[in-house]
Design a protein around this ligand. Structure first.
Ligand code: PLP
Ligand code: TYF
Length: 401
């Protein structure tokens, strides 16, 4: 029975980290998976997180199950952070989920069951080209039909805004879902401007589309508040929306699996019914979420000092990434014959498309032990200041060949 099972294709990103870990070269460098590293190459535990954990060890009284929708203090903290005063609390249903991935999966399950795709077909969700590969897999598994809208221009470094807007105007039918990266687009680092967000929000509102915002990198672009600006613009224009947030990156809680679905409805009654249906999706999947990571986030955000320390540490991470971008661009400009990389300075968050071809990506891996994703996506947060010259000359070498 199991003898005839075929191998699944490895994850294009996580598979590379497995290869990286197996690589015995001491000077290897992993610029593939989207994980922040500090100057010593470590993905650190934030100080505010350690402090919250110490407090939890002292104060926690039970490991009993959480309710299906998760820890109340965490849900309230998420509501506050994502929706603040903008949407009245009776119009927001929040469900804690295992990471942003879990949040997307719960949202997908909810949409597939509760929102109609019209006669003769499943509900469609429109994702940008390109997008995080998991978006397609998660939404397909949930039972939605995944379609694309234009996003990145043919220069592979700027937004083709006209094409994007035209697609949003003409492709999805009223009621269908549009997935937007709220900030720090993965894999390109290309985000809409404030004026472009307004135009996107207008089209979504005029056409009666349902926006689903994937909010996985808040604080890594221009700052915590600034990174929520696009989301705020969308919420200003619509009565209904879904926000899938993740605290993996901005709390450094990758392995603790902390995320949430925030569903905005038009009425208190709709919120109650929607929450009950979100919980039904959770119940038959993982029953109820894990406590520890959510308790950390709730503890940090309930304490003014820990919150201040969190904001400071997050800002340090953000500025480090910005600095690494600048250093890389400057380093490449000193390499004779290398192309201009200044476009990287306009891009936000951990990622950018470098423009490297699959062959150059392969050569970087084989010759130098530098791992980047086949599409040419680099994780700037994985670079190292000390080894920037080495990295730039390696990149220049493979481009020159
Ligand atoms: N959405 C995007 C665009 C991501 O890049 C990630 C990264 O992992 C996620 C969602 C999911 O994050 P999590 O690790 O919290 O599941
Ligand atoms: O894009 C990234 O690198 C992160 C981490 O299947 C990630 O979002 C990558 C692949 C994957 C899950 C998470």
């Amino acid at each position: 029975r199991f003898d005839s099972i075929a191998m699944a294709a490895p994850d294009a990103i996580l598979g590379l980290t497995e290869a990286f870990n197996a690589d015995t070269r001491p000077d290897k460098m992993n610029l593939s998976v989207g994980v922040y590293k500090d100057a010593s190459g470590v993905t650190p535990i934030m100080k505010c997180v350690k402090a919250a954990e110490r407090k939890l060890i002292e104060d926690e009284t039970t490991k009993g199950y959480l309710t299906i929708d998760g820890l109340p203090d965490y849900r309230e903290a998420v509501r506050e952070m994502v929706f603040g005063d903008q949407v009245p609390s009776e119009r927001v249903a929040i469900v804690q989920a295992p990471g942003g991935t879990g949040a997307l999966s719960v949202a997908g399950g909810f949409l597939a069951r509760q929102c109609s795709g019209g006669p003769g077909g499943p509900l469609r969700i429109f994702v940008p080209t390109p997008t995080w590969a998991n978006h397609n897999a998660i939404m397909q598994d949930a039972g939605l039909l995944v379609e694309n809208y234009s996003y990145l221009g043919s220069d592979r470094r700027t937004l083709d805004f006209d094409a994007m807007l035209e697609d949003l105007r003409t492709k999805p039918k009223p009621g269908e879902v549009v997935l937007l990266h709220a900030c720090c687009h993965n894999p390109t680092g290309v985000d809409p401007t404030a004026a472009q967000w307004k135009a996107i929000a207008s089209v979504i509102a005029e056409r009666g589309l349902l926006p689903l915002l994937d909010f996985a990198y808040q604080g890594f672009g221009d700052g915590l508040d600034q990174d929520a600006a696009g989301l705020r613009t969308i919420l200003d224009h619509v009565d209904e929306a879904i926000v899938c947030s993740s605290y993996s990156k901005n709390f450094g809680l990758y392995s603790e699996r902390v995320g949430a679905v925030g569903l905005v409805t038009a009425s208190a009654e709709a919120t109650k019914a929607s929450l009950s249906q979100l919980k039904k999706v959770v119940r038959s999947n993982y029953s109820n979420p894990p406590r520890h990571g959510a308790a950390i986030v709730a503890t940090v955000l309930a304490d003014a000092d820990l919150t201040a320390s969190w904001k400071e540490e997050l800002e340090t991470m953000r500025l480090r990434i910005t600095h690494l971008r600048e250093q890389f661009v400057a380093g490449m400009s000193e390499q004779a014959g290398a192309p201009d990389f200044t476009f990287l300075l306009n891009q936000k968050g951990m990622f950018s498309f470098s423009g490297l071809t699959p062959m150059q990506v392969d050569e970087l891996k084989n010759k130098y032990g530098i791992y980047i994703v086949g599409s040419g996506r680099i994780n700037v947060a994985g670079m190292s200041e000390d080894r920037m010259d080495w990295l730039c000359s390696a990149v220049a070498d493979v481009i020159g060949n």
